[in-house]
Design a protein around this ligand. Structure first.
Ligand SMILES: [Zn+2]
Length: 116
């Protein structure tokens, strides 16, 4: 089985999981926002209000991270379809299999991973 054939189900699984957590997060944020509205608390001065605000900002960050992950995974699947998967976008070298197994969505070899 080629590397591409092995990575495709991994990427699809990871994408399905990320979409699931995104949906769960979004509904968490919805209900936390409702709670915040209903309780009508003062964010600045009420300790409960600042806890809710903090939770919302944490969830917001997580949601953005999850969105970013989803687009990376979708892009990786596109590269797989187009036969460009597993090559560094900076130098064109083949990305080590161990690295792809750990981070199947990666677009860079280990040398260029930190340079974007
Ligand atoms: Zn590279």
């Amino acid at each position: 089985m080629s590397m591409e054939e092995r990575m495709r189900p991994l990427l699809q699984q990871e994408l399905a999981d990320s979409r699931k957590s995104r949906a769960a997060l979004a509904s968490d944020i919805d209900s936390t926002s409702d709670l915040r509205r209903d309780s009508n608390v003062d964010d600045e001065h009420d300790p409960e209000g600042s806890t809710i605000a903090f939770e919302l900002s944490q969830s917001g960050t997580l949601l953005r991270d999850t969105d970013a992950r989803i687009s990376e995974l979708e892009a990786a699947l596109t590269r797989l379809d187009e036969g460009r998967y597993g090559r560094c976008e900076t130098c064109g070298a083949e990305i080590a299999e161990g690295r792809l197994e750990a981070r199947p969505w990666t677009r860079f070899c280990i040398t260029h991973a930190g340079s974007r």
